[in-house]
Design a protein. Structure first.
Length: 515
């Protein structure tokens, strides 16, 4: 089992207080989960220790790591919110409670409401760090899914593909997205998984040796050309992403040009373009395959130069060229920005504000792979009017961030106050999600569904309890409206309603009743 020491070893310049905090959270979690076991038979602590370790490895701060260690205490043990507040303070309590709340966002087996669920998921988290802990939590649950009873595996894996993967994608967290996809794939689409595996298997055996040979050739050439401080690596395309590409290429693996990719990580943007030039002298580039995502980043913030070339041995390779910072961002996405918040050096990377304004309009766009749009052509969506399908409030925040230079901490705070607190997402008893401004009451909910529902409210249940018509709704509430033909609005409702839509409809119903 991962120890507190191993977690601390990943912290960047920890203070004594940081060390003590991690040790304390670790011991506290260990005590709280004492006697609990995972399905694998291992102590429950192995799970939370793994979550804490992964967060530390990603570069998250001590509070987030401590929250990772404590994330299952309130839900699964005797520990109460009050205990966490007393022992660890408000911020950690806020994060742990956020993760706990997210457990109620469940995939119910139809894909009708997936987009709403993703919204609910993001909104419920209230702080981007909550989402990051939750994603890392899910990653470990997926890594140990084989021990879970079979009846639950499909639901968990499907939920991962439908909710967690798109959220990780929108947040630019490439590494975690790829791992979640490939872990869920065999459970959700076993036959397709096998078919992709078989196809890849024939290639992969040769590929490994081949890539290593080509890498040496490239390294020598880069060094000979005077490029300093570069790193090269290679990867074979992930199974799930290969599956989506194969579907579009009539299952002809020879038409998948990015099956094998070589990566060059350099120090500066200038060196990226130099490296591209060198690559093109080593291997012959394929026409029209150079993609400059440095100047035109993908909507989720991804930056790199991509080019496809054919090696002397006849292998088609995709070459991805980027700076250290772009590389870190491509792997950790928004988490990387939380890490860079204290960075003051004059790097050429975009500011958090710019990055965020790029992210926001895409955060809630339907995941491209699901509707057979091209994964690589996500950037093409820039040309369509992004304002069309996005709720206005998201836009306003995006625009605000373009004008203001938010510093790191402000960024986190703003995410909390503006991005998440302006709206709430509540469920109908059928699992439909209704998006309302915060402060909204059941009357607003009823009119948001239909005026006929609003005009005949006889009673309201929130989470199965009868409540007053002016009860303030909270994120994740399940709201049930009872209607009666004989029930009608009263003038008092105009004051109780918070949305202008509801107020307007009540007024017109009242006028009609007068006639
Ligand atoms: Mn957990």
């Amino acid at each position: 089992m991962t120890t507190a020491k191993e977690i601390i070893a990943n912290l960047n310049k920890p203070t004594d207080a940081d060390r003590r905090l991690i040790e304390k959270a670790y011991e506290y979690a260990q005590k709280a989960h004492e006697g609990h076991k995972r399905y694998s038979g291992e102590p429950y602590m192995t799970h939370v220790a793994a979550v804490g370790f992964n967060l530390a490895e990603m570069g998250m701060g001590p509070n987030t790591i401590a929250s990772g260690l404590l994330h299952d205490t309130i839900e699964d043990t005797e520990v109460t919110s009050e205990d966490i507040r007393r022992e660890f303070g408000e911020e950690i309590l806020f994060l742990v409670e956020g993760v706990t709340k997210l457990s109620s966002v469940r995939y119910y087996g139809t894909d009708r409401h997936n987009e709403s669920l993703r919204k609910l998921f993001v909104a419920t988290s209230q702080d981007i760090r909550v989402l990051i802990v939750k994603l890392v939590d899910r990653l470990h649950n997926m890594q140990t899914l084989k021990h879970v009873p079979e009846a639950k595996q499909l639901r968990i894996a499907t939920e991962t593909l439908e909710i967690y993967v798109p959220v990780a994608h929108r947040l630019g967290m490439g590494l975690i997205r790829k791992e979640l996809e490939d872990l869920a794939f065999p459970y959700v689409l076993p036959e397709e998984h096998k078919r992709v595996c078989d196809l890849l298997h024939q290639r992969a055996e040769k590929a490994q040796g081949l890539l290593e040979k080509e890498r040496k050739i490239l390294q020598k050439k880069l060094a000979d050309s005077g490029l300093m401080d570069f790193k090269t690596s290679y990867r074979v395309k992930g199974l799930y992403s290969l599956y989506h590409k194969l579907k579009r290429k009539e299952w002809d693996i020879d038409n998948v040009y990015d099956l094998l990719a070589m990566r060059i990580v350099v120090n500066s943007v200038e060196d990226c373009y130099r490296a591209m030039g060198i690559v093109h002298t080593v291997w012959r580039p394929l026409p029209k395959r150079v993609k400059d995502y440095i100047n035109l980043p993908k909507p989720n913030g991804y930056q790199s130069i991509h080019t496809t070339a054919i090696t002397k041995a006849g292998t088609i390779l995709e070459i991805q060229i980027r700076t250290q910072k772009m590389h870190h961002e491509a792997e950790y996405g928004i988490a990387a920005h939380l890490i860079y918040k204290e960075e003051t050096t004059g790097t050429k990377g975009r500011s958090t504000a710019e990055w965020f304004s790029n992210l926001v309009p895409t955060l809630f766009r339907p995941f491209a792979w699901r509707d057979n749009a091209k994964h690589e052509d996500l950037e093409a969506t820039r040309n369509t009017d992004p304002k069309q399908k996005i709720p206005n409030w998201i836009h306003q925040i995006g625009e605000m961030y373009t004008h203001e230079k938010a510093s790191g901490q402000e960024f986190v705070d703003d995410m909390r106050t503006d991005f998440f607190s302006n709206r709430i997402f509540v469920f109908t008893p059928n699992g439909d999600v209704v998006d309302l401004p915060s402060g909204a009451v059941p009357i607003d909910f009823a009119y948001a569904i239909h005026s006929e529902v609003g005009n005949h409210i006889a009673g309201v249940k929130v989470n199965n309890k009868l409540v007053q018509l002016d009860t303030v709704l909270r994120n994740g509430d399940i709201v049930e409206i009872e209607t009666k033909k004989s029930a009608h609005p009263t003038p008092k409702w105009v004051q109780m309603a918070q949305t202008s839509v509801a107020k307007r409809r009540i007024k017109s119903a009242l006028m009609e009743m007068e006639h």
